[in-house]
Design a protein around this ligand. Structure first.
Ligand SMILES: Cc1cc2nc3c(=O)[nH]c(=O)nc-3n(C[C@H](O)[C@H](O)[C@H](O)COP(=O)(O)O)c2cc1C
Length: 184
């Protein structure tokens, strides 16, 4: 595949298995994240990798958050929430970590952090890995922020679940770019 064909074939892969990302893959993926467009080169983001027991602790924290914040959660649903963090061998979290700047607004910095997450998902795809960007209410909770040892000014942008695809990735939906384009 040419590089542009590889880019255009990217899809999210929810079902992945062990092994998780190798050290070499992680290095390349993070280098991809660091190539995100970034006004002022502030690098208003950082990354946290969760593997092994850290995923179990994340699942436990998300489940406890759900238990405290939803009256209608059955024990089965709580267990299912706990297991959600085990859906991939590696979770790479992108953290918005805004920098003080007189010129560059926090919202622009947040966009940069989102760009870093997209670059990571794309880099994972280019390496033949399966990846999906997930979030959800629990990911943004103060309980998860504490578990991940975030600073007060930081927040989760993405929980990127990465592993080996269990099946051949599907083809992306064929959209006509013209439907999304205005020409002035
Ligand atoms: C900020 C953000 C949060 C997302 N959160 C979730 C999520 O919690 N669960 C989920 O299944 N998909 C989530 N997605 C969407 C998937 O990552 C994916 O992009 C979507 O399913 C479309 O599939 P595709 O990437 O193959 O086009 C999120 C995407 C973004 C940008």
């Amino acid at each position: 595949m040419t590089p542009i064909e590889t880019l255009l074939s990217r899809v999210s892969i929810p079902r992945v298995i062990e092994p998780g990302v190798t050290g070499e893959e992680l290095d390349l993926i993070l280098r991809g994240g660091l190539r995100a467009c970034d006004h002022g080169r502030l690098k208003p983001f950082r990354f946290i990798v969760l593997e092994g027991d850290a995923r179990a602790r994340l699942g436990h924290t998300m489940a406890e958050y759900s238990r405290s914040n939803s009256a209608e959660m059955s024990e089965e649903m709580i267990q299912a929430t706990k297991n959600k963090a085990l859906r991939a061998p590696t979770i790479l979290s992108v953290i918005f970590s805004p920098k003080e700047s007189a010129k560059i607004s926090k919202s622009e910095q947040l966009v940069s952090a989102g760009c870093a997450a997209q670059m990571i998902v794309t880099a994972a795809h280019m390496l033949g890995l399966g990846a999906i960007w997930r979030t959800g209410e629990a990911s943004y909770s103060s309980e998860v922020a504490t578990m991940m040892e975030l600073e007060k000014h930081e927040q989760v942008v993405a929980m990127i679940y990465i592993g080996r695809p269990v099946a051949e990735p599907p083809l992306p939906t064929d959209l006509d770019p013209v439907d999304f384009l205005t020409r002035l």
